[in-house]
Ligand binder design. Structure first.
Ligand SMILES: Nc1ncnc2c1ncn2[C@@H]1O[C@H](COP(=O)(O)OP(=O)(O)OP(=O)(O)O)[C@@H](O)[C@H]1O
Ligand SMILES: [Mg+2]
Length: 247
């Protein structure tokens, strides 16, 4: 498995003639949470999506659990998608399905479990995110924070080894955001999950992260521990941390 559960090696990615990632190399230590910071449009979501094959790099390699997944087809990617859950930026629940149907979807898709066992697992993961008696509710019945929690329950249903969080607290009030931050930490501590958290929210970053990677102009401008980030001399990162933007 190695010391890095996820590894990006010299990733280049352009769309049409717009270069988004120009040589990103980054390792995510097994069992740790790495926060990826960067301005809007800096390629944070694009980088995350490479991890489960939603983008393929123009050049460079992506390794997950020691397996080079670069260029895998959909079928080859299945094992990786079981190992790595993703909480999408937009929440992305299926609006026409109940909470139970949303959370159980991957279980029916990827396991041959009986309905009872699926029900048990759904209750268990909804318990992790502190929800109960919500099986029959529709996404439109839920608050923003509950929607995020259901999406998180769905992301962990298959017991992934890693979770990718794309802006997990954006658009939530501070109290709900804090609940989500605590959940991210407790999933890491409880289940030993490796995480990448993409966020604009500096406070949240310091709450959940073990390390910070700062994406700027297509490259990782800084990578280090939270303490190293706090005392950094890197002027652009410093401005970003102090001002919540490029100062
Ligand atoms: N599928 C796509 N096709 C074409 N361009 C894309 C695609 N996905 C992303 N891009 C472009 O790549 C750049 C980086 O996008 P990305 O979504 O990764 O930014 P981000 O850092 O996540 O920003 P935000 O903080 O606003 O979510 C943007 O210019 C975006 O328009
Ligand atoms: Mg994004």
């Amino acid at each position: 498995m190695g010391e890095h559960f996820i590894q990006y090696v010299d990733i280049h990615k352009s769309f049409d003639d717009k270069q988004v990632l120009s040589g990103v190399s980054l390792g995510i230590p097994t069992g740790e949470t790495v926060v990826v910071l960067g301005g809007s449009g800096s390629g944070k979501s694009v980088l995350l999506r490479h991890t489960i094959g939603l983008h393929c790099p123009d050049s460079g390699r992506v390794l997950v659990d020691g397996v080079d997944i670069t260029g895998f087809n959909e079928k080859q990617m299945l094992e990786t998608r079981k190992k790595v859950g993703m909480l999408f930026q937009a929440g992305a629940l299926f609006d026409s399905m109940t909470v139970f149907e949303n959370v159980s979807y991957a279980l029916f898709e990827h396991t041959d479990w009986e309905t009872d066992r699926v029900r048990q697992r759904v209750a268990e993961v909804l318990g992790y995110v502190e929800l109960e008696n919500v099986n029959e509710l529709m996404p439109s019945d839920l608050s923003g924070g509950m929607r995020k929690r259901v999406a998180l329950a769905r992301a962990i249903a298959l017991a992934p080894r890693a979770i990718l969080y794309d802006e997990p607290t954006t658009g939530l009030d501070p109290i709900t955001a804090n609940t989500i931050n605590q959940l991210i930490r407790s999933l890491q501590e409880l289940l030993g999950i490796t995480s990448i958290v993409v966020t604009h929210d500096i406070q949240s970053a310091f709450h959940v992260g073990d390390r910070i990677a700062f994406l700027y102009k297509g490259n990782i401008l800084f990578e280090g521990s939270m303490d190293e980030a706090r005392s950094t001399d890197e002027p652009i990162l410093k401005g970003f941390l102090e001002g919540g933007g490029y100062g």
